[in-house]
Design a protein around this ligand. Structure first.
Ligand code: ATP
Ligand code: MG
Length: 538
């Protein structure tokens, strides 16, 4: 079990001031969850589980613009798929009445006022890190007038953009977030959940702490960019009457090489046609990863390994791949498929063919074995043959030998080319005494290659996937120029017959990687991950 700085704080709190820990995962329903969110999910749900507490799934639906019910349902499904069941589901929008009352309470305590400055003027008067801000001329409006104006805002009597509610804190604070921040603004946009009940909406800062308090949250875990919002979070909670006050703790975001982890940018990838949808197997969304063949176990394993700190770091793609392989290697059957076929004719093979046998998995005998037809014509991978081999080439060359996995050693006698000079077929001799499992010939081959019987192999379509981005660090702004043009390469290949007979699973195609079917029963496969990171040959 992990023991990070947050768990240490919680353990301490449980020894003293608290009986139970309550956390929450607070997504805004304005997009699908991505792998970054799974760090927050594993952390919040994991802590609740370990300490016998609760974790609430709270939709942070305080901004009607861009939010939708479609996302609300998808988020719940994705959390469940990752292996977590919320101890309660809440919506910040259901707290609008209570939040409004907190606004009134702040006004009554002289801690908030209604301001008529427009946003541009307000921004200018806020000052900078080196200059203090200028107080709003409305700052000393009377309590009665503030209460009346706030009520009028709520009743829809005020034009959008002409009044806001602001906290009255300190225009000279070194922390810009404390310079009389906006708490409520008018937006005449219907809310996906509340319809036209409201025309004023709380800001993120205002809503966050109060929603936490109303959900009974004890530890509000969020990402580091909210570090300098914490004084405001505490101030808002301290200035109203609340039985209990949650505590905000920040941690660093998950970021991974080549992955763009921001709903806004992922939305653009979809809108601008760089991806086929939120569930495109190249997308770093939970749905995309799932479509790609990544398991929930692999994602949880990655989060566990990354740990929880306040250190900003970008995880190497290698580490992600390592976790993905780790979850697939024990469970997926291993089979042979050829992505880019080159025909091999075994000139001395006589008879109609024979049936070989091989286990589906070397370490999982309970998965059983399959039959593998072998005959005079097989396909091998085009790049398992070379006329001009680089040094240490361990595959087939003219005059050289290689073992066909589970079968025999062959020797390449003749290379047949088409008019363009492209290799079309290899004519080979096989050595019957070298049959795998009963070979005592003492004959050595250069290497072992995979193959599929030309007579019995089944045609398949194979998509070799790479990340959507070509650059490891595409911080988002200019991703257009760093799109990977080769993120999906499609090949027409062959798989051994037995693969098609098991319609509902992915496979490890030997030497090529782990593959998932586009859907159950499909002949279309795409690669989830290669077998090694150094494996650049396709
Ligand atoms: P995005 O920029 O993708 O919209 P967000 O932080 O605005 O991300 P929210 O829906 O508001 O998305 O986030 C819900 C929770 O998930 C928040 O607590 C947020 O801190 C957390 N979260 C989002 N992205 C990451 C990430 N990359 N690593 C860790 N936690 C994250
Ligand atoms: Mg957001």
């Amino acid at each position: 079990m992990s023991d990070d700085f947050i768990r240490k704080i919680i353990r301490e709190d449980l020894r003293g001031r608290l009986d139970e820990v309550v956390t929450r995962f607070p997504p805004e329903p304005n997009g699908y969850l991505h792998i970054g969110h799974s760090k927050a999910i594993c952390l919040n749900f994991g802590i609740a589980e370990e300490f016998g507490g609760r974790c609430v799934l709270r939709y942070d639906d305080t901004d009607p613009v861009g939010e939708s019910v479609e996302f609300v349902e998808a988020i719940k499904e994705d959390v469940n798929w990752l292996g977590f069941e919320p101890d309660g589901v809440s919506h910040a929008a259901d707290y609008f009445e209570a939040m409004y009352d907190f606004g009134v309470e702040l006004i009554e305590h002289g801690k908030a006022f209604v301001c008529s400055l427009d946003f541009e003027t307000m921004r200018k008067m806020r000052g900078t890190l080196t200059t203090r801000g200028t107080p709003s001329p409305d700052r000393n409006r009377s309590r009665e007038e503030n209460l009346e104006l706030f009520a009028a805002m709520r009743r829809g009597e005020i034009e959008e953009g002409s009044l806001v509610l602001r906290a009255k804190i300190d225009m000279a604070s070194p922390n810009l977030n404390m310079r009389d921040p906006v708490l409520y603004r008018i937006k005449r946009t219907p809310h996906p959940r509340r319809g036209e009940d409201w025309c004023i909406y709380p800001t993120y800062d205002f809503a966050q702490g109060y929603a936490d308090a109303l959900d009974g949250v004890t530890h509000s875990l969020c990402t580091l960019e909210f570090d300098d919002h914490r004084p405001l979070y505490d101030w808002l909670l301290a200035n109203v009457s609340l039985a209990h006050r949650p505590r905000q703790i920040e941690f660093s975001r998950l970021s991974i090489e080549y992955f763009l982890l921001s709903k806004r940018f992922l939305q653009r990838l979809v809108n601008e046609g760089h991806a086929d949808g939120w569930d495109d197997p190249r997308m770093p969304t939970i749905r995309g990863l799932r479509a790609r063949g990544v398991t929930a176990e692999a994602i949880r394993d990655l989060c566990e390994r990354v740990g929880v700190t306040r250190q900003e770091q970008r995880i190497e793609l290698k580490m992600f791949n390592f976790c993905v392989r780790g979850a697939l290697e024990k469970t997926l059957r291993r089979a042979m498929a050829v992505v880019d076929p080159l025909k091999v004719v075994i000139t001395n093979y006589e008879g109609a063919g024979e049936t070989l046998h091989a286990d589906w998995h070397p370490q999982q005998p309970e998965l059983g074995a399959r039959e593998m037809p072998f005959g005079a014509e097989v396909y091998i991978e085009r790049d398992d043959f070379s006329e001009n081999p680089p040094p240490k080439y361990k595959r087939l060359v003219p005059g050289g030998t290689v073992r066909l996995r589970y079968a025999y050693i062959i020797r390449c006698d003749e290379v047949i080319k088409d008019e363009q000079g492209r290799v079309q077929e290899l004519r080979c001799t096989y050595f019957p005494e070298t049959k795998s499992g009963s070979d005592n010939s003492g004959m050595k081959a250069r290497g072992v290659v995979h193959w599929v019987s030309a007579h019995d192999g089944e045609p398949i379509e194979v998509a070799l996937l790479e990340e959507l981005l070509a650059a490891p660090d595409a911080s988002g702004r200019d991703f257009e120029s760093s799109m990977n043009p080769n993120s999906r390469q499609i090949y027409n290949g062959y798989a051994e017959r037995a693969v098609l007979a098991i319609p509902d699973t992915g496979f490890q195609f030997e030497r090529l990687g782990y593959f998932k079917r586009a859907k159950p029963g499909a002949r279309e496969f795409h690669r989830t991950v290669t077998l090694r990171d150094s494996f650049t040959a396709r």
